[in-house]
Design a protein around this ligand. Sequence first.
Ligand SMILES: Cc1ncc(COP(=O)(O)O)c(C=O)c1O
Length: 418
Amino acid sequence: MSMRDVKAIKNIVKEHTEWRGSCINLIASENVASRAVREMLISDLGNRYAIGFLHNRFYSGTKYVDELEGYTTDLARRVFRAEHVNYVPISGTMANLVLFNALTDPGDVVTALSVIDGGHASFRECSKIHGVSLVPLPFSMETMNVDIGEAERLIARVKPKLVLLGASEILFPHPVREIRRIADEMGAAVAYDAAHVLGLIAGGTFQDPLKEGADVITGSTHKTFFGPQGGIILCKGRYAKAIDNAAWQLVNNHHIHRVAGLAVALAEFLAFGQEYAAQIVKNAQRLAEYLYSMGLDVLGSKMGFTRSHEVIFRAPNNNGDASAKRLEDANIITTKTPLPTDKTEEECSGVRLGTQEITRLGMNEDEMTKIAEFIKRVVIDREAPSNIREDVKKLAAEFGEVKYAFEGGDEAYKYLSL
Ligand SMILES: Cc1ncc(COP(=O)(O)O)c(C=O)c1O
């Protein structure tokens, strides 16, 4: 009986892998790791503990883990140009919780974007867990960005301990320099959630929040940064101890197979990151321009649509859920998203697209034209999704290999046999 269960489970995973390999993935928060990264994830490290700090572990058996983590830290500091790095959090959400624990006390005020304006649910959940009050940062639909004039007045009034920038829906760089100046007058810390744009920051195509004045960056290592799923914190040296202690308290047993995967991805990023990040943004801009020219209400049109990996459009009838479902039927995977004009988070008038994964698989501007045409046929022309599916599969089949990595020729989604 149990062997049958194992076979059934393997089969589900295999079917998932084959199906997703025949889709074009435009989810802005996903990516594909290289074969070399995946190799690290299935290594013996996934069976081991390394509780504690570098060269100061609670368990024996960690001499190679210390070597690995020393290496990983050096690589990460180079790639992210950061004084201090902590990759213990196992997700971006956990990285935010570490940030809240390290930099605020219960009863403090934190300001960050609300979910409707692009902020992430973890801002709210971490506030609740840690007992701080979250006050939404003002947002302007005109600039699709933090409204800096209103933010200045708000910060003077509520006196936050921490101003958190960054977002899930992030088309344009956030005003880190301006917020730094305002926060300094209030004695507040400035953090930046780079879960989405970490790879663009590392590749030098987006803003560099640490250089612009942020004290701490939190992030995920698997969105525009193409590592294994996980969290990371980058910070100025003076916050290192507080961050390391909070991370250790909240995670305790961090995942060292993921650290090895991250190290390999960092090495890949040093070699290919700039070219990859620049292409992501070019692809997003091309995709947005085409969708707009075909009649879709793409956000940010007055500012060139996007400077990140994301493209966001208002769905017909303000029904992002229906558009995302029709697109999925055509093997195009996207996310419904709330827009700042929605009354509740659940309304989701928009659809969010991301170009980072298709870029990693080698797609360039020419393919963006084709994808825009597929989306138009589904969303504007309302052609039956099944009509488009075969064309989508054909395009996906041409781009099954991970690029911007050291090895070539391996099919990205092939079921990994052990
Ligand atoms: C801005 C932002 N922060 C944090 C997270 C959470 O990251 P993770 O999914 O790695 O927990 C996300 C997820 O999409 C996000 O968009």
